[in-house]
Design a protein around this ligand. Sequence first.
Ligand code: TYD
Length: 209
Amino acid sequence: MFITFEGPDGSGKSTAIKSLSDFLSKEGIDFLLTREPGNPHNQASKKIREIILNNNHKIPDMTEAFLYAADRKMHLDTVILPALSEGKVVLCDRFVDSSMAYQGEGRKLGIDTVRKINEIVIEGKYPDLTIFFDISPEQSKIRVDDRAPKDRLELAGEDFHQRVYQGYLKLIKMFPKRFKVVDATKSRKEVFEDVKNLVVDKIESLKEK
Ligand code: TYD
């Protein structure tokens, strides 16, 4: 089973995923935790991450979309698909929806264009479940501002992050079956509980099939 986590920068995604991993380990569930860009299982991916996020780099928007897509292709072929074929639950912090929201809407390349680029990459391998951490751009900005230093995407400006958020809302409408929304403004404990319940329900529902 393939589960992805999406949301604006500063949505508390990483904290909730960490708690979820601890929970799944205790339950004895065989899972693999990974992320984009730059999954930790592949040295070359880490280099692509450095290229994309380095503040000193000037990268044209379409090139940025292809860099994320190239990283994704390697990630799928060398990490995600092998783990899925071993029957593992794969938890991925950001995936194709990040490209459609950030490059499609944020960079204004268009969701359809970015979707087309990525269809060659993912070949229909959309997640079984995508959990969206819902927090307004205004609130997430307060959280990101508390962190330092900021990467190239975090520095992209308020209008950019507004468009990213609107992009996610469009994606939720485009893919209503796999998207589930969690209120990321709640307490850490409540957010974790909501995420855990969604994941446990999904695992149970697939077992029943
Ligand atoms: P990261 O530090 O991993 O952010 P987070 O903890 O918020 O997930 O940085 C990844 C950045 O890259 C983040 O700002 C979102 C952006 N991104 C894209 O623009 N397109 C993509 O396809 C992906 C996977 C990420």
